[in-house]
Design a binder for this molecule. Structure first.
Ligand code: GLC
Length: 494
């Protein structure tokens, strides 16, 4: 292609993807929408608002916690059993084993899933020579749950490919205890059930006393297999945040926002959803749900890039011969975005982009082909990082703490070359615009938070943690937050 028409190709790609750029004004509007959603949800959820979940954890560790604790971590197609030794000086050591969960278990009978988990736990405890020893266990169960106490959690819905139908509405702690009870020599007590975001917050707070927020920006399971990290394990497939809420309860409490669902009920994000977002949602297994997650999480970013590329090929802007391979759904996985963005935007050689396209069967991509793909990847990943920044700024403003450490985990945050820097800069800019420039924050990468965190919660003084904030006069079980009619246990079991 002649260089002039190549430059034209780039200009057209830029123009067509401008809709992916969000201005600071739009991001501040998103922060404001989230503030309203959170306040409404805490006052008692209505059908089309976000549902947020109190965790019954009202303090963070002080670093002096000691002892050996077990943890289970279930949030995707792998799950782990961990033995954590807390040494009392902000240090801990961890032994862990990863087990896979088959498709049949993910979609079968709920109790069979829990029986399998208990069997793996039994094998692990036996291998560690701990059979017969009384141990407390923290369970990281990363799905939306209504907690009735620290150790009781009722599953609201499955996400991330799980669909054991007889589990929704059931109490997860009970199902696990029932399964553990089948093994005579397992002397294990389920002390806490937590979300992966809570685990992240708590494990970071073990090292940094100012940590009050936990964030996961994850990636899909299949993609984990394409990457290597030192633990061989990648956390989280979705997007979610928890934070310490101080105004709504008698005492402060960590709240799981289940933020992946933001914008799904009241359509407050519809103004920025593009044709590609709508298409991705239409072809997903949960159309109309988890709309924020679908613009942010690694489970979807690669597919969004693919949808943009195929659309631009269809419109005659991109070369159909070069980008023919993009016609296969889900063929462009999110880790490819990281690989493309390893090249600087003014690259001459396009080393990484070329290597990727070669490996996918495109033998001689031009510099402009590489540049166009780079631009699309950058715009999709920036939009994700900016949206994450908008919701974090909103919660920082809500907490209004002079200094907050934010524990973050998830493969997108870990593996993307610029995500962290983009987030850091954007949060600062948005805080300024929200008149909160005086609030200091620091992003802290969590080290295996989802496992360590559950163990740490088990180590916190139970008197502080386990009881409901106030009882519902109808079911006599649960904190109704602001009265009987809002009691979520009644709502779930009604
Ligand atoms: C999904 C789950 C949520 C979890 C997040 C990250 O959004 O619903 O509970 O925290 O993924 O794993």
């Amino acid at each position: 292609m002649h260089w002039k028409s190549q430059e034209n190709e780039l200009a057209l790609v830029k123009q067509a993807t401008d809709c992916l750029i969000l201005t600071d004004q739009q991001l501040c509007a998103i922060s404001d929408s989230l503030s309203h959603e959170i306040s409404a949800a805490l006052a008692g959820p209505v059908d089309n608002s976000l549902h947020v979940y109190p965790t019954f954890i009202s303090q963070v560790p002080d670093g002096c916690e000691r002892g050996k604790y077990l943890a289970l971590d279930l949030g995707g197609t792998n799950f782990r059993v961990l033995l954590i030794h807390l040494k009392g000086n902000r240090h801990s050591s961890v032994l862990n084993e990863t087990y896979s969960i088959s498709q049949e278990l993910m979609q079968g009978h709920g109790q069979e899933l829990f029986d399998y988990i208990a069997l793996c736990l039994f094998n692990f405890v036996r291998a560690q020579g701990l059979l017969g020893q009384r141990l407390l266990l923290g369970f990281t169960f990363s799905f939306p749950c209504t907690q009735t106490s620290l150790r009781q959690a009722v599953l609201t819905k499955w996400t991330k490919g799980f669909s054991c139908a007889d589990t929704v509405g059931q109490e997860i702690g009970q199902m696990l205890n029932r399964a553990i009870g089948k093994h005579q020599h397992l002397q294990i007590e389920v002390a806490a059930i937590v979300n992966d975001t809570t685990g992240t917050l708590i494990s970071c707070a073990y090292q940094e006393t100012d940590c009050r927020m936990g964030v996961i920006v994850g990636m899909c399971e299949q993609q984990r297999l394409c990457l290597n990290n030192d633990t061989g394990y990648f956390l989280g497939t979705g997007v979610n945040i928890c934070y310490m809420e101080t105004t709504c309860f008698d005492k402060q409490m960590i709240v799981n926002t289940e933020l992946g669902a933001f914008g799904s009920g009241n359509k407050c994000l519809d103004f920025m959803r593009t044709e590609w977002d709508l298409r991705l949602d239409r072809h997903s297994i949960n159309t109309g749900h988890q709309l924020f997650e679908k613009m942010v999480s690694g489970m979807y970013l690669g597919e969004l890039v693919r949808l943009v590329v195929t659309d631009l090929v269809h419109r005659g802007i991109l070369d159909s011969k070069v980008f023919a391979l993009f016609s296969e759904p889900n063929c462009f996985i999110t880790s490819y975005i990281s690989q493309v963005e390893q090249d600087p935007e003014d690259s001459v050689t396009w080393e990484n982009t070329r290597a990727l396209l070669h490996s996918l069967g495109v033998l001689s991509p031009s510099a402009i082909d590489c540049k166009c793909l780079h631009l699309i990847c950058t715009r999709i990943s920036r939009r994700s990082a900016h949206l994450t920044s908008a919701v974090i700024s909103s919660l920082l403003r809500r907490m209004s703490r002079a200094r907050t450490v934010i524990g973050v985990d998830g493969s997108v945050y870990r593996c993307h070359p610029h995500y962290k820097t983009v987030m850091k800069d954007k949060i600062s800019q948005l805080l300024q615009r929200l008149h909160c420039g005086h609030l200091e924050f620091r992003l802290m990468l969590s080290q295996d938070g989802s496992g360590r965190g559950a163990a740490l919660v088990s180590a916190l003084p139970l008197s502080e943690q386990s009881g409901p904030v106030s009882k519902c006069s109808r079911c006599r079980e649960y904190d109704g937050l602001s009265g009987e009619l809002d009691c979520r246990v009644c709502a779930v079991t009604a």
